[in-house]
Structures are given as C-alpha cells and as structure tokens.
Design a protein around this ligand. Structure first.
Ligand SMILES: [Zn+2]
Length: 191
C-alpha cells in the first residue's frame, strides 16, 4: 500500500473528507481526518499499526504511549507490532495524565503514537507526562502527519501519510467568503 493507495482507502472509508470544516483549534480547513473511520476495522488497524511500527526503530523503544481516545486503537496495534507494552494518558478535569496505575520506569524510552498530529499540542502534553514520570521521549508516530513546517515538536514524527493541509483563521477563510456552510465534525457526544 503506497501513499496514494492509503489516501484512496481513507477517502473511500470516510477517514479523509473534503469540504469546509471547523477544526478543534477554531481554524477552518478544506480537509478533515477522522481516523476512527478506518481504525474501526480491526484488520486495517492491525495492518496500519504494523506498517507504522516498521517505520520506527524498535531497539530504541521500551513502551508505547498514546493519548486517549482517538489514538488508542492505533497505539495498541503499533505496540503489538513492536512487541512492547502499551499505556495511555487521559484527560480529567482538563488535565492529561497517566492514570489506572500506569507508570514508567526511570529512563524507559517511550514512543508517542497518535492518529493525527496537527499542532503537536497533545504530543507535547504526552511528552511532558513521559518526562515527569521518569521516562524518555524516543520519538513520535502518527497515521497522519499534517503538521505545518513551523510547528515545534518534542520529537521527530514517523507517519504513514504526510499531508500539507491549509487552514485559515475563522474570520479570514476563503470558503466562508464563498458562502459554503462550515461543518463541525467529529466527537459527537464525547468529551
Ligand atoms: Zn470557513
């Protein structure tokens, strides 16, 4: 499966949508990724996890860490392919943390896995948690890397798809000027 095949598959399954979207950052975009639409198929999650793991250096990774919820399936499959432990962070009262008695050993090398990395905010939050828990950030990996060139990240990203996605401020959006209604996608009914 090359990049074009993966783009086609994601489009076909509704994981890659074109239109006019309000992103969680408040900015508008003509492209939206909902990776859950592809990861809902266990065989595909397994396959994509394997492919992403193959782009990471297993010898430098002791544990895989993902932020709940969207990245859990992929992080789990990457950890399975690497033969490593999988833990996750979750948000409570606005703050992300390791819960459920998850802990890192001192110096344990962590790979951060996300479904989509856009602004790197959650990547940085997870990196801070890894460091605070005594671990070391060994790298980051995502199904889709849509970061802009000016985004500062705590580690280099391995990805299956690197996409340059243009976004605009809500008050200066060409799609708004065309009168296209904006859609707020995603996380219906969940935090
Ligand atoms: Zn707009």
């Amino acid at each position: 499966m090359n990049d074009a095949d993966l783009m086609s598959l994601m489009t076909e399954l509704g994981a890659l949508r074109r239109g006019h979207f309000l992103l969680s950052s408040g900015r508008h975009s003509d492209t939206y990724f909902q990776c859950a639409q592809v990861l809902q198929y266990p065989d595909l999650a397994l396959e994509l996890g394997k492919r992403l793991a193959a782009r990471c250096d297993a010898t430098r990774i002791d544990v895989v860490v993902s932020p709940a919820l969207g990245a859990l399936l992929l992080g789990h499959e990457v950890a399975r392919a690497l033969g490593r432990r999988f833990v996750f962070t979750e948000r409570k009262d606005g703050a992300m943390s390791l819960r459920r008695d998850f802990a890192l050993e001192k110096g344990e090398k962590a790979l951060i896995v996300e479904d989509v990395i856009t602004r790197g905010t959650s990547t940085q939050e997870v990196a801070d948690i890894v460091t605070a828990a005594g671990g070391v950030v060994a790298g980051a990996a995502a199904l889709v890397d849509r970061t802009a060139a000016d985004v500062a990240l705590p580690a280099p990203i391995a990805s299956l798809l690197k996409v340059d996605v243009v976004t605009w401020p809500a008050d200066d959006c060409p799609l708004c000027r065309q009168g296209l209604p904006v859609v707020k996608p995603g996380s219906r009914g969940t935090a």
